[in-house]
Design a protein around this ligand. Structure first.
Ligand code: NAD
Ligand code: DAU
Length: 335
């Protein structure tokens, strides 16, 4: 099988490529990635010489480039490439629309032209919007995105749906909860807080810290995508979640205790505008239809993650320099 992975130099995409090449060494992967601030070839340095792996530096909005890649043939596209950080979407929504909406449409058009057998849109639970303290979103819940990030992902999902309904493109949408694990850019809660704590920097908690996310270990998400690649049904949507709903304060205290760091590192800062209170997914469909369930208990996943960042300091210290520091200097709005 030949698979085009977009955004494979990012967090989830790089974990996915590694899993696929380990499990199916005969498969061919083409990784199309623009290498934005979040794309990092170090994430895949262990497989860069694998003859079954090819990296193409480029933008998914470049339709000529996407056509040239798909002209060579591909059985499936797994579309990870995106601007993925909610905070950044508050400062610069335009790039989210360009990459997440227009980029997805360019890929859909080319997938149709070259009759690609399966298009998998890697989306997010955030498209369902914020929930109060109870209930979970199913695949048929309404789309109520609140941030430019989630609105751009919801828009892309609707385009994917329309290409399936109107043109018969065999497309599937997946919606996953918050991922954590190795190779996550240190701007998201868990990767930021572990790396800050390791260097005794403060951990900025937005608002009261009682916001709830459902956390999934990245390998479990990748295993779900593997199932969907091989057995998912065109036209369907699959929710994917870890079953670990935690408040941000619970996560923060766990990280501090694992690293033996003091609570005094916690700093309560101004809240994120339009901060979604809680996300929660009903994941019974993927369990019943594809036999997938998460395998990593939260305690085990967080222990592995803390250990990974503690033993890969050169990876994140390189990332947390230059452009990264300039960005944090400039956007200190609610810290
Ligand atoms: P990430 O920010 O770590 O990686 C994104 C990758 O896309 C980077 O390698 C970047 O260089 C690349 N990219 C960005 N713009 C591009 C463009 N125009 N052309 C080509 N490549 C481009 O993101 P992630 O956390 O790995 O998320 C991957 C996907 O999964 C995203 O679509 C995101 O919406 C979705 N998702 C993420 C989570 C999560 O918790 N991280 C949860 C659910 C869904
Ligand atoms: O739910 C899936 C989504 O999870 C993905 O689609 C997004 O790509 C991903 O970025 C993530 O979005 P969140 O906004 O939920 O993740 P983030 O790690 O930015 O924030 C998690 C929670 O922690 C949220 O309530 C905001 C809070 N937070 C975050 C940061 C970075 C803080 O309190 N302080 C922080 O410094």
């Amino acid at each position: 099988m030949k698979v085009l992975v977009t955004g494979g130099a990012g967090f989830i995409g790089s974990n996915f490529i590694r899993l696929i090449l380990q499990k199916y060494p005969e498969y061919h992967i083409v990784n199309l990635d623009k290498l934005t601030y979040a794309g990092n070839l170090d994430n895949l340095s262990d497989i860069e010489d694998n003859p079954h792996y090819q990296f193409v530096k480029g933008d998914i909005t470049d339709s000529d480039l996407v056509d040239r890649i798909l002209e060579e043939g591909a059985d499936a596209i797994i579309h990870f490439a995106a601007e993925s950080h909610v905070d950044r979407s508050l400062y610069d929504p335009g790039i989210f629309v360009k990459t997440n909406v227009l980029g997805t449409q360019v890929l859909l058009e080319s997938a149709l032209k070259y009759k690609i057998g399966s298009f998998i849109q890697v989306s997010t639970d955030e498209v369902y919007g914020s929930l109060s303290h109870e209930g979970s979103s199913t695949e048929s819940s309404p789309l109520l995105p609140n941030s430019p990030y989630s609105a751009s992902k919801a828009s892309a999902d609707l385009l994917v749906r329309s290409y399936h309904v109107t043109f018969g493109l065999p497309a599937i949408i997946t919606r996953c909860t918050n991922n954590y694990g190795p190779y996550q850019f240190p701007e998201k809660l868990i990767s930021l807080f572990i790396t800050n704590a390791l260097t005794n920097l403060s951990l900025p908690i937005y608002g009261d810290g009682l916001y709830v996310r459902d956390w999934i270990y990245v390998e479990d998400h990748c295993r779900a995508l593997d199932k969907i690649l091989h057995r998912g049904k065109a036209g369907e949507i699959y929710n994917i979640g870890g079953g670990n709903e935690k408040t941000n304060l619970e996560i923060t205290r766990l990280i501090l205790s694992k690293l033996n760091k003091p609570e005094s590192l916690v700093k309560h800062v101004k809240d994120r505008p339009a901060h979604d209170r809680r996300y929660s997914l009903d994941c019974s469909k993927i369990g019943a239809e594809l036999g997938w369930k998460p395998e990593t208990a939260f305690e085990e996943g967080i222990a592995r993650t803390v250990e990974w960042y503690a033993s890969h300091q050169s990876w994140w210290q390189k990332v947390k320099s230059g452009e990264y520091l300039e960005y944090y200097e400039k956007h200190y709005l609610y810290r």
